[in-house]
Design a protein around this ligand. Sequence first.
Ligand code: NA7
Length: 555
Amino acid sequence: MGSVGESQPDYDVLVIGAGLSGCYACHRMHQLNLKVKVLEAGTSVGGTWYWNRYPGARFDSESYTYAFYFSQEILDEWKWTEHYAPQAETERYIRFLCDRLGLWDDIQFNTSITKAHWIEQDRLWQLTDASGRTYTSRFLITGIGVLSNPTLPNVPGVTDFKGPAYHTSRWPKDPVSFEGKRVGIIGTGATAIQAIPVIAETAKSLTVFQRTPNWVITRQQKRPDRPLNHLQAIPLRNSNISPEEMELIRTGYPQMLEKINLTRMGFMHSASTDSIWDSTPEMREAFWEELWALPGFPFWLSNYKEILIDEKANDLVTEFVAKKIKERVHDPWTADKLVPKNHGFGTRRVPMETFYYEAYNRPNVRLVDLLETPIERVTADGITTSQEELKFDMLIYATGFDAVTGAFDAIDFRGTDNHSLRDEWKDGPRTYLGLTVEHFPNMFMSMGPHQAYGNIPRSIEYAVGWIAECIGYCQNQGITRIEATDQGVQEWTDHVHDLGKNLLSNKVDSWMTGVNKNVAGKQKRIVARYMGAAPEFREKCNGVAGGGYELFSKR
Ligand code: NA7
């Protein structure tokens, strides 16, 4: 790459994070013959699928769609064994990618980046890790994840507990036994909803501390004759994929990709164009029952077009789901507490479950409503609420993440004139295409704020592809400095805000609106995500690239 200033960088490109983004970025940089290093805090690759190894962790969407499509060799060779892959299988998949693409030598583990500073005179990025070692590069790609900075509850005594205590996103690699243990779990988000039924099977007792219930889609097959056992259950109507079925899936990849490329969220499920107001109550019920019976996301993503923007439509579908929940939970007090009261169906991330509600019918599982009896403190041997002192042998924090901007806040990013990214985004993120930020030249974000998320691996493949083409363009044109302009950032930020205006989900507190009550400064909602359709996002980004990187300054 071209030389500027006095110092030559150690690398052409540094990448932070060896999750799906970082691994694919490494491959694309190899294709450009660039010297690249991926710096990863963990001891292996996988990102989300490396850290989140809690019991019950698995895909919520079809394995063969929630993956990369760029390599025919990998599509031909990799065999998914379950329709909704468990964590271990996904971790294996990512390691397989690294083997096939020859990435391992360019990934450095146990390297936690604390600072990333732009050195203007040399047009390079200087990164510093937790040990104080520095690394320099012309370009920087962040692949630090949307949900990667775990947070503990902000309750007194949170570190006082003497027994084992785990955040679900920092789960140990060695098996954890719940046998004979009194377990307490805080949180009822998508993670807890996967973990609770599994832990309940062997724990002596499981106490669930719930602040906000979620609308959880039912995906169990009714097997009242069978005891509750996750091995016998069919998660999300999950099932094994036989070798014959895998062959069929493989031959269907081109059609699948064609479909995925057309849908709003990048899944196989199309948004419905039907209006709820053209349907009679009977037609509605029949449609909803039909969707309810389908595996995966369709009840959320293929529902009537108004349910996520029109409160009256949302009220109707919310009532349908509430009825479904109440049918499954025997104890009326618990059933009522499990029905959300402060937000409608689909306005927060909809978790998928396998016998989640049935877990509450077990004699060893109890729900504590923190709105009624808040936690006062964590003690050496349990949790004290406003009503009682509860003793536990193990505590589990399923309390989520400082999402979207949280992973950026955890690193001291400094751009031109010592601009700090934390300050730049203190009132919410400002980006150009969700891929770049003004004052941060030569820095690109995969899965940064204001990007289309949806089917994350599909979004990563696009974002990293765009970034690689941009770096390739710079290489060919002798450009050593590329930066988003103020106009680009202003127009994109306005566009993202406009797209989110009517969405009910942007009027609700959740990680999707950047709210985390455990983190100072994260109490206010922000527009964190691009909420248009994925094909429109790609069209816009392609247009900018096709026009020679419009609204970027290039030198
Ligand atoms: P989530 O969805 O952010 O859930 C975190 C849960 O933890 C949620 O129920 C929170 O309640 C609860 N929480 C957080 N802090 C506290 C305190 N201080 N007291 C009580 N309860 C608390 O994270 P997940 O890991 O479950 O899922 C993240 C995403 O990963 C998920 O959406 C998928 O996309 C994959 P709250 O709702 O804030 O009242």
